[in-house]
Unconditional design. Structure first.
Length: 468
C-alpha cells in the first residue's frame, strides 16, 4: 500500500531525470511571470537565440510596479513604464497570454491565477516571486524561483531542484471568532521559527485547515515561505473542486469529470510517512501581531513583547536589533501601540473575502484622524466584485482611500511608501527593515480585520471588540 505524500506523488509525476549531484530535473506545468523578474530572463533567451519552449504554459500579468492611484499610460514613473512595455513586447514576440491593465483579469499574479482557474491540483507551478507558495492551497507544489531559473523554465519548461523533505503541520480544533488564517500562520511561524522550514515542504492539515475557505488556505500557503519552507500545500477536497469549477481556465464538460477523477487521487495517503509532524492547537490562538523585523517575531494581542531572558541566544540577537529598529521595549504590550498608516492588500490578504471582513468591521465607523489608510484590491476581478457589493463605498465612507489593483505597499516598488519611521498596520507578508518603502519605516503584520480595527482606533486593537 502506498505511503506517499501529495508532494511525493506530484514530484515523481513531474520528474524528467535525475541529475549528477543529487538534484532532479522537474517539469513545470504552469509558469507565471510578471514585469520585475522576467526582463533579464527574456534577454538571456535572446542572447542565446532561443525561443520559449511551451508558450501556452506561461501566463503573464503586471503587478509589482503598477501605480494604484492613477493607472493611465504612460505611467508617471519612467522606469515602471519601461518595465511594462518590455513585458508587453516579450509576450507579443513569444505569443504568451498576458493579462494587462484594463483586461478585466489583471492583478497580483498569485491572486489572478487562482481566480481564473489556472491553478489546479497536482500541478507544478513556478514564478519569479517568493510567494508562489500561495498556489499550494490547491494541492499543487509551487515554487518561487530566481531570474536564472525563470530563464530555464522559459527555455526548457524545467528546473533543477533537490527533492524536499515533508513536514506535516497538523492544526487541531477550530479557530475562534475574530481569529483568521493570518493569525494562524503567524502563530505557526512564531512557534517554529523563520528558518525551520529550510529544506522542507509544509503540508498543512487537520480540522482547522479543513474548515478554512480556499482564500484563507491561500493565505496560509502564501506565508509558508516566511517560515523558511520552499513550498506549502493543502490536500485538495470538495472546497477546492467547487472553487475551480466554471472558472475561465478550468476544464469544461467531459474534461472536468476527467480532471476531477484525477485530482481526487492526489491527496496524501492516510498512512503517509512524513519526515516530521508538528501539532498546533488552533483554538488557543488569539489575534496575532508582529512586533519585530521578521514574521516570526509575533505575539497575541493580549501578550507582551518578550523579555530578552525568555529568548534563545540566536533569538536574542535578532530581538535586540528589532528593539533598536522598532523603538519598542521588552515586556511592552503590543495592544494600544499607535499606528500612522493602515494598508489592506497584497497577495496574502487582498482577496474579496479579506475586503468583506475588513468592510464588516468598518461599516458605519470612521477611521482615526491620525491615520492614513488605503485598501488595494488584489485584482481587477476583486475590485469589480467589491464594487458590486458596495464594499468600496464602505471603505471610502470610513476614510480609507480606494485604490486600483497591484502589489502596492507590500513591496513599495511604486509610489505607495511609508515616510520616515511611520508605523504601519499591514495585511501584507513581510516586516523586514525598509520593506514598505522607507529605510526606517516600521511594519506590524496582522489580519485585514485587525488592520481595520487599528485604523478606527489609531492604534493596535483587538478586533474582537468590534465583532462580538
Amino acid at each position: 500500500m502506498s505511503q506517499d505524500t501529495l508532494f511525493d506523488k506530484v514530484w515523481d509525476l513531474h520528474k524528467v531525470s535525475s541529475l549528477r549531484g543529487g538534484s532532479d530535473q522537474i517539469f513545470i506545468g504552469l509558469h507565471l511571470i510578471h514585469e520585475v523578474t522576467s526582463p533579464q530572463a527574456f534577454g538571456a533567451l535572446k542572447d542565446k537565440n532561443l525561443k520559449v519552449k511551451f508558450p501556452d504554459r506561461t501566463v503573464a500579468t503586471v503587478d509589482h510596479i503598477v501605480p494604484t492611484d492613477n493607472q493611465s499610460r504612460p505611467f508617471k514613473d519612467n522606469l515602471a513604464e519601461q518595465m511594462i512595455e518590455t513585458l508587453e513586447n516579450n509576450c507579443l514576440e513569444h505569443k504568451i497570454r498576458f493579462f494587462n491593465i484594463g483586461s478585466g483579469n489583471q492583478g497580483i499574479v498569485h491572486v489572478v491565477a487562482p481566480e481564473l482557474g489556472l491553478t489546479q491540483p497536482g500541478m507544478t507551478i513556478a514564478c519569479g516571486d517568493s510567494h508562489t507558495s500561495t498556489h499550494g492551497a490547491f494541492g499543487s507544489i509551487a515554487f518561487g524561483i530566481g531570474t536564472s531559473q525563470v530563464r530555464d523554465v522559459l527555455a526548457t519548461q524545467t528546473i533543477a531542484m533537490n527533492k524536499l523533505k515533508v513536514r506535516q503541520i497538523w492544526c487541531k480544533n477550530q479557530l475562534s471568532n475574530g481569529v483568521y488564517a493570518k493569525d494562524l500562520v503567524l502563530h505557526i511561524i512564531n512557534k517554529l521559527g523563520v528558518k525551520a522550514g529550510v529544506g522542507f515542504a509544509y503540508e498543512f492539515a487537520g480540522p482547522a485547515i479543513n474548515a478554512l475557505s480556499m482564500e484563507e488556505r491561500m493565505t496560509i500557503c502564501n506565508m509558508s515561505i516566511e517560515g523558511g519552507a520552499r513550498c506549502g500545500y493543502i490536500n485538495p477536497d470538495e472546497k477546492t473542486f467547487s472553487y475551480i469549477k466554471n472558472k475561465l481556465c478550468a476544464p469544461k464538460n467531459e474534461h472536468w469529470e476527467n480532471a476531477l477523477t484525477w485530482w481526487k487521487s492526489l491527496k496524501s495517503d492516510e498512512n503517509s510517512i512524513f519526515d516530521d509532524v508538528i501539532e498546533i492547537d488552533a483554538s488557543k490562538i488569539e489575534p496575532t501581531v508582529t512586533w519585530g523585523i521578521t514574521p516570526g517575531q509575533s505575539i497575541g494581542i493580549n501578550q507582551q513583547i518578550p523579555l530578552l531572558d525568555e529568548l534563545s541566544p540566536n533569538e536574542k540577537l535578532v530581538a535586540e536589533e528589532a528593539f533598536e529598529y522598532m523603538s519598542f521595549k521588552p515586556g511592552q504590550s503590543i495592544k494600544d501601540i499607535p499606528v500612522e498608516v493602515c494598508f489592506i492588500g497584497s497577495c496574502t490578504n487582498g482577496r474579496i473575502s479579506d475586503l468583506r471582513i475588513a468592510a464588516k468591521v468598518l461599516k458605519d465607523k470612521k477611521i482615526s484622524k491620525n491615520v492614513k489608510a488605503f485598501v488595494v484590491p488584489g485584482s481587477e476581478r476583486v475590485a469589480n466584485k467589491a464594487k458590486q457589493e458596495g464594499l468600496d463605498q464602505i471603505f471610502k465612507d470610513s476614510g480609507f482611500q480606494w485604490r486600483e489593483p497591484g502589489c502596492s505597499m507590500c513591496l513599495a516598488m511604486n509610489s505607495d511608501k511609508l515616510i520616515g519611521n511611520q508605523v504601519s498596520a499591514s495585511s501584507s507578508n513581510r516586516n523586514f527593515k525598509g520593506r514598505q518603502g522607507s529605510p526606517n519605516g516600521r511594519t506590524l503584520l496582522m489580519s485585514p480585520a485587525m488592520v481595520a480595527a487599528a485604523a478606527i482606533n489609531g492604534k493596535v486593537s483587538d478586533v474582537r471588540e468590534f465583532i462580538n
